[in-house]
Design a protein around this ligand. Sequence first.
Ligand SMILES: Cc1ncc(COP(=O)(O)O)c(C=O)c1O
Length: 264
Amino acid sequence: MDSGFAELASVDGVITATAEATVPLKDDGLYRGDGVFEVIRLYDGRPFALADHYERMQRSAAAIELPLDRPALEAEVEALLAAAGPTEGQLRLIVTRGGRRIAATEPVPAHAAAATVASVTYQPTLILNGVKSLSYAANMEATRVAHGRGAEEAVLVRPDGTVLEPPTSSIFWVSDGELRTTALEAGVLASITRARLLAALAVSEGEWPIADLLGASEAFLASTTREIQPVHSVDGAELGAAPGPRTLEAREAFAATVARELGD
Ligand SMILES: Cc1ncc(COP(=O)(O)O)c(C=O)c1O
């Protein structure tokens, strides 16, 4: 996306170009996907909601009994961001079972102006519900299944038909005049973008069947990398304007939140 983007990585505090960075092979982070991660947006080099990301990472680590040296990680991130300089991008943090602390700057992946979505049946794992663990193979496969159906993204749906979330974002939709999103109790991730939208807008949290989403007048995906991405269809059902009025309102509210928190 950003051709001049310097991808830098810090592994236990040693900073190199990401292409040169290495980690020891023998690490259950790789062997078993045992570890935690975070992705933080960098606006002109400034991390958005960094404290919230560290806190979620600590909760994820606690949930899988993974030691996490937050002061060391914070110092390494500070050094990495100073080396990367002011740039639009994102920061990936990983802590592995083998004890590696990894931080890397990346360009933000490109996303379509509006997404088509396909529902994919998914059984929450319970132990990993709400945990941003390195075991994301199921989420990635769900996106490939959606691609196979001609959609850009999946929305995970429980076997009983309850809407959960897309594999790497939250979903909001308008039904019965309400802006709705799935409640955390359903087992979805405590998305930081979602939390900012809940603070800024009137949103109903609950558990709704996929039929409610299919009949929505508009919908959008929300995440660190997508910010607010309109959805124009779900399982082939067209939802109306993408972006619709509530999506535009959410986009404005989120942009205002980012500007306020970054002191612009
Ligand atoms: C499963 C899942 N849900 C939601 C999100 C969005 O979270 P955030 O807004 O904190 O980026 C993510 C982020 O990658 C995710 O992996």
